[in-house]
Design a protein around this ligand. Structure first.
Ligand SMILES: Nc1ncnc2c1ncn2[C@@H]1O[C@H](COP(=O)(O)OP(=O)(O)OP(=O)(O)O)[C@@H](O)[C@H]1O
Ligand SMILES: [Mg+2]
Length: 315
């Protein structure tokens, strides 16, 4: 399948001399929800700004739906809707005027029925005549989404769309994003709520210090890297892991008071029964046991950490 966005060897060095993007290449598939994750300052907003033609790349190329975003900025920009991270709105205008005006900016003929539909789907209809300054923070963010959708873009960028949005509204927004995807819009979002990516994304890209460290199908990522752990709190501390259990991935923690078993979430045979039997045979008792499963959050933290370690080792 041909990608809707193709990013090739992108570098961005700001005038301060700071390199915010380092040889970034990534393809966005047509019709997918792609979540871009990375710590503060990783380069997410910079990457989005370059793809949207707001910031010029230092080198490299971006093609959006066959259009070069630098050489043919206007045509490319028409395809794209952007919900920026920063709240910037014209405080004195009404919601209705702001969103309508936005559509006009992209050379689209007025379509009040369409604007009504997006305002309704964002639960902004009853605020349509209010001035932006009269809205709450979460509502202002929804106005930004309405503006981004006003010209019916094929590609929608959401840079932290749910920052400062309450849980219920966040769920509504996820639903809206899914609906847009079902209508054929390709969606790229950044978020610091990992559960949001876990919930929504088809694929996940991780960026750290200006480099893409991973792009993976979400389900595959969680299957590959997802681990489960069983922790046994022992009655008596152990000096070492018993020899007859050496074939298992066992580790003593808390000065020998806990035995931690790490295993693959998807293994058909976990080995837990065998371990418990062998401990019993040895007369090793435990007070308590608990199991935990790694979330996308832990997977993400591990990835970013190991990317940094590699860099330190390589330096
Ligand atoms: N206009 C600018 N001039 C110089 N440096 C900049 C500029 N904009 C961003 N940077 C730097 O580039 C790096 C990446 O910033 P960017 O905003 O892309 O990060 P981010 O991944 O979006 O972070 P966050 O999660 O905090 O939004 C940061 O170190 C930032 O200080
Ligand atoms: Mg950002």
């Amino acid at each position: 399948m041909d990608p809707i966005i193709s990013v090739r060897n992108l570098n961005k060095i700001y005038s301060s001399g700071f390199q915010a993007l380092n040889d970034v290449s990534v393809d966005i598939h047509r019709g997918e929800i792609f979540a871009l994750l990375g710590p503060n300052g990783a380069g997410k907003t910079t990457l989005i700004s370059v793809i949207c033609g707001i910031t010029n790349p230092s080198s490299g190329e971006v093609i959006a739906d066959g259009v070069n975003i630098v050489k043919d900025f206007r045509a490319a920009r028409k395809l794209i809707g952007l919900v920026p991270q920063e709240l910037t709105t014209d405080a004195f205008e009404s919601v209705w005027a702001t969103v309508n005006f936005s559509r006009g900016l992209f050379g689209k003929a007025p379509d009040p029925a369409y604007i009504e539909r997006i305002l309704r789907s964002l639960s902004l209809w009853d605020k349509k005549d209010n001035r932006i300054m009269e809205l709450s923070g979460g509502m202002k963010r929804r106005v930004l989404i309405a503006k981004a959708l006003s010209h019916e873009p094929k590609i929608l960028f959401l840079d932290e769309p749910t920052a400062g949005v309450d849980v219920e509204l966040r769920r509504d927004m996820w639903e809206l994003v899914r609906k847009l995807r079902d209508e054929g819009v390709t969606i790229i979002l950044t978020t610091h709520y990992i559960e949001e990516a876990e919930e929504m994304a088809d694929r996940i890209g991780v960026i750290s210090k200006g480099r893409i460290v991973l792009v993976e199908d979400k389900t595959a990522l969680m299957n590959q890297l997802g681990k489960k752990q069983l922790t046994l709190h022992l009655q008596q501390p152990l000096e070492a892991v018993p020899e007859e259990l050496s074939e298992y991935e066992l580790e003593l923690t808390e000065e020998g008071h806990s035995l931690v078993y790490t295993f693959d979430v998807h293994a058909s045979e976990t080995g837990i029964g065998e371990i418990l039997r062998k401990l019993n045979d040895r007369g090793i008792d435990f007070k308590d046991l608990k199991s935990t499963q790694s979330s996308l959050e832990e997977i993400f933290v591990d990835l970013v950490r190991s990317a940094h370690e590699k860099e330190v080792v390589g330096a």
